[in-house]
Ligand binder design. Structure first.
Ligand code: S3P
Length: 456
């Protein structure tokens, strides 16, 4: 099967928005394995492109975001072949030997794909145009372009405010830099490291709050010389020696904790539920939601902890439980940055107030998630307040009315969060458009239906 068998962006966006509603479904029961981790899937393809020889990937997420990155890898010279379900082979060209793409690189809805690939192009003597859908065109890219310009890349053109479409000319001899990320962002860190791969010296990234570490781990797996040291109380300093010869190494992608988050919360709030979510990555830098739900009183058993593909994974047995409101510290944000919408849904079913602190980064995700979550909860009859960068949810103690329709603003996580709410609210909950769910969790509806969820 080639990429042409997957829906193109034109197909996704030309089709009319696909309204969907979820209704109270009774207990969820059974087992599911969420799709492969999105962050790791992007990186697996990109490191495949940057090594010489064949990289075999198992469990790749075949969602639209990752397929865009696969297409971009092809445009830069790799051969990327789908061998079977989740099994892919990338024949890479190696650092320093990328081709200039002939067409603009269209990343659809994917900030990760676009930003990581800006790092790759920024470190090579090639020029590429980066573009995406209406959501991606609103997202800030200066945070990536600034360090790349310091390394010698040139922004030939950009839309207002440093947004896509962006024409980027990479550096012919990227300057190794020491860069402190202005916000905790694995995408910024990764873009700098990826550009540093083709630099003749040592590139160092300092982050004062540790963000997900998949790029560092995978670079080491492919044979790069990279060191990671603690920095300050919560931070890290990562140093990479440039121009390594990356050796293809087989990769197995664990199940995405950010996708597992949806059945995890759905089973917690739907009375009588009892499910097992298999093979979920429990990397501590991604496990903030699990820690928070446990603090709230969720009934989640962590079973059969093991290492798969170099990452910690476990099966999670989730049973319905009464939750209580908690105060979530800002320092936890990097470890659960994509999980706040679904955590806010859990908070709506808790008794008492939940305060989610330090959510400024939520305003620049696939949508302004702070505003979208508050508006959606209001539709469902749940009171919220936004104070500064904090979201306060007034929990309804298990009795959420539902009954509204939520605007998803091309945001997959807003879509799935409010569908999960509808599985346990009194009235059905509708979303205006379900198409974007395919960017990260293409089997969401079918998987949830198998557990007993009812959608209409
Ligand atoms: C990601 C990093 C996070 C996250 C995104 C995936 C990654 O973004 O929100 O979904 O794979 O590096 P930031 O780097 O902006 O925090």
């Amino acid at each position: 099967m080639s990429l042409s068998h997957f829906p193109s962006e034109a197909a996704l966006l030309e089709a009319a928005p696909n309204r969907l509603a979820a209704q109270a479904s009774g207990p969820l029961r059974g087992r599911l394995k969420p799709p492969g981790d999105k962050s790791i899937s992007h990186r697996a393809l990109i490191l495949g492109l940057l090594s010489v020889g064949e990289t075999l990937i198992d469990g790749l997420l075949e969602g639209d975001d990752v397929l865009r990155t696969a297409a971009a890898c092809r445009a830069l010279g790799a051969e990327v072949v789908r061998l079977g379900e989740g099994r892919w082979r990338v024949s890479g060209c190696g650092i320093g030997s990328l081709l200039a793409p002939r067409e603009p690189l269209d990343f659809g809805n994917s900030g990760t794909g676009a930003r990581l690939m800006m790092g790759v192009v920024g470190g090579h003597a090639i020029t590429a145009c980066f573009d995406g859908d209406a959501s991606l065109r609103k997202r800030p890219m200066r945070r990536i372009l600034d360090p790349l310009v310091q390394m010698g890349a040139e922004v030939l053109s950009e839309a207002e405010g440093g947004r896509c479409p962006i024409l980027l000319k990479g550096a012919s001899e990227p300057v190794p830099i020491l860069y402190e990320t202005p916000v905790a962002s694995a995408q910024i860190k990764s873009a700098v490291l990826l550009a540093g791969l083709n630099s003749p010296g040592r590139t160092t990234v300092v982050e004062t709050e540790a963000s997900r570490d998949h790029t560092e781990k995978m670079l080491a797996h492919f044979g790069a010389t990279i060191s990671v040291e603690p920095f300050g109380t919560h931070g890290r300093k990562i140093s990479l020696e440039g121009r390594p010869e990356l050796r293809p190494a087989p990769l197995s992608v664990p199940a995405d904790p950010s996708s597992a988050a949806f059945p995890m919360v759905a089973a917690t709030i739907a009375p009588g539920s009892d499910i097992v979510i298999e093979g979920v990555m429990t990397n501590p830098l991604r496990a903030g939601l699990l820690a928070t739900l446990l603090e709230m009183g969720a009934d989640i058993e962590i079973l059969d902890r093991r290492i798969e593909g170099g990452e910690e994974v476990a099966d999670l047995r989730v049973r319905a439980a009464a939750l209580k409101g908690v105060d979530v510290p800002a320092a936890r944000a990097p470890s659960m940055i994509d999980e706040y919408p679904i955590l806010a849904v859990a908070a709506a079913f808790a008794s008492g107030l939940t305060r989610l602190r330090g959510l400024h980064e939520l305003r620049v995700k696939e949508s302004d998630r702070l505003a979208a979550v508050a508006a959606g909860l209001r539709e469902a009859g749940v009171a919220t307040q936004i104070i500064g960068d904090d979201l306060i949810v007034e929990g309804r103690g298990g009795e959420v009315e539902g009954g509204g329709s939520v605007e998803t603003h091309l945001d997959h996580r807003i879509a799935m969060s409010f569908l999960c709410l509808g599985l346990a609210s009194r009235q059905p909950m509708a979303i205006d458009d379900s198409r974007m769910i395919a960017t990260s969790f293409p089997t969401f509806k079918a998987d949830m239906e198998r557990l007993g969820a009812r959608f209409a």
